[in-house]
Design a binder for this molecule. Structure first.
Ligand SMILES: Nc1ncnc2c1ncn2[C@@H]1O[C@H](COP(=O)(O)OP(=O)(O)OP(=O)(O)O)[C@@H](O)[C@H]1O
Ligand SMILES: [Mg+2]
Length: 375
């Protein structure tokens, strides 16, 4: 079932699927972290579907107007405020017996964070204007694109709530760090959009060279775009949206240098050689899923040189490879012990073991090192 719900064969996605299956049937609170479009909501729905208990109620904290949020979430009694002619059940009550999915939880105002904490701890809350508390039984799944640990450090998010939400953290790496998923996802979207189209090798090559800042959502839109504009069955490079035919960042940087050598005077923000090297190194590591031996071979340098340069360019991020498997994995910003997915570059440091499991050292390194900026 999980294979149908979630497409992806990269080690990172296999770990995510494994985690979801292990969590099936449990009411554990789960925090899902990932960039926009990486599939946070689809993972939350999969977690709920496998449990198949009650309703799945999405609550997007980033779109509900702050002044209305309390009554939207927790409801209100009749006459609680001007215009409250009827009592209203909140979204939390709608989720009773099922799952409440708090999307963009980092946007929840602090006064409501206290109320949510009470729901998690006491299994009750008080609707606006009501005297008596209401009992509620919900499973809480939340999602964020932010580094919540950082939000806690900055005082914007309650630490006690953070720990309650983050009993297990599922981290979804960006699509650019799991390029094995591009083809199966694209094939799935071809089926979803109907027809019998096929993606030509030149288009696929361009898709593999793209950064996918909008992640899986961007890929889905891309496939839809190609189908809509294509003439025949075969979807070619020319059918891709304009932004995707562009070569990847290091290739663009090399092209820029080559253009200068040819005497072109068009380049305003020319990258330095150091920036080019840094981008090439981290792109190679990302595309080889952190396998240093492979990344070094791709770059045509020795593994020790690669490791030294990575340390140099990472400015303080602990990227130590394990002695045995020559693999580097730096975790996404979760602090709970169960974490998915090799993510070559991120805010916090961790070391891999042979199992591919990530040992998160965020707690030990609560000062937090900033992610290397590849841009
Ligand atoms: N592994 C996957 N398999 C199939 N479809 C996926 C997968 N990941 C994402 N998608 C699809 O990509 C789109 C974006 O996914 P989703 O809405 O879950 O992302 P998100 O992380 O919640 O994004 P945002 O942060 O912008 O809300 C959806 O149409 C979803 O169905
Ligand atoms: Mg979402």
């Amino acid at each position: 079932m999980i294979e149908r719900l979630l497409i992806g064969r990269s080690p990172a996605m296999r770990l995510v699927k494994d985690q979801i299956q292990r969590l099936a049937g449990r009411r554990t609170s789960i925090l899902i972290h990932g960039e926009t479009g990486t599939g946070k909501e689809i993972v939350a729905r999969a977690l709920h579907d496998l449990e198949s208990r009650g309703a799945f109620v999405p609550i997007d904290c980033s779109v509900i107007i702050e002044t209305l949020m309390e009554s939207e979430l927790f409801g209100h009694s009749r006459g609680a405020f001007t215009g409250a002619y009827e009592a209203k059940r909140g979204l939390v009550q709608e989720a009773h017996g099922g799952t409440a999915f708090f999307d963009e939880i980092g946007d929840m105002p602090k006064n409501l964070q206290v109320k949510l904490l009470r729901v998690l701890q006491e299994r009750e809350y008080r609707p606006l204007g009501a005297l008596a508390p209401v009992k509620v039984d919900i499973r809480v799944i939340s999602a964020t694109h932010r580094n919540l640990a950082e939000e806690v450090r900055e005082g914007r998010f309650r630490e006690d709530l953070y720990h309650r939400l983050n009993v297990v953290c599922i981290s979804l790496p960006p699509l650019r760090e799991r390029s094995e998923d591009i083809l199966p996802l694209a094939e799935q979207f071809l089926i979803q959009f109907g027809g019998d189209h096929e993606i030509a090798p030149d288009a696929l090559e361009a898709m593999h060279g793209h950064d996918w800042p909008g992640n899986v959502r961007e890929l889905k839109n891309c496939v839809e775009h190609m189908i809509a504009l294509s003439n025949g069955r075969l979807l070619r490079r020319g059918d891709l949206p304009a932004s995707i035919g562009m070569p990847s960042r290091p290739v663009r940087a090399f092209a820029a240098v080559a253009a200068v050598r040819r005497g072109a005077a068009v380049l305003k923000a020319l990258p330095t050689l150091r920036e080019i090297e840094r981008a090439a190194i981290f792109d190679a590591v990302a595309q080889t899923n952190g396998v240093l031996a492979l990344a070094a071979a791709t770059l045509g340098i020795g593994r020790t040189t690669l490791y030294r340069k990575m340390k140099e360019y990472s400015s303080g991020v602990d990227i130590s490879p394990s002695e045995s498997d020559l693999t580097v994995v730096v975790s996404a910003p979760c602090t709970s012990p169960v974490i998915a997915g090799p993510a070559p570059v991120s805010d916090n440091s961790s070391r891999t073991q042979n199992t591919g499991e990530t040992v998160n050292s965020d707690n030990a390194n609560s000062g937090g090192s900033s992610a290397p900026d590849l841009g």
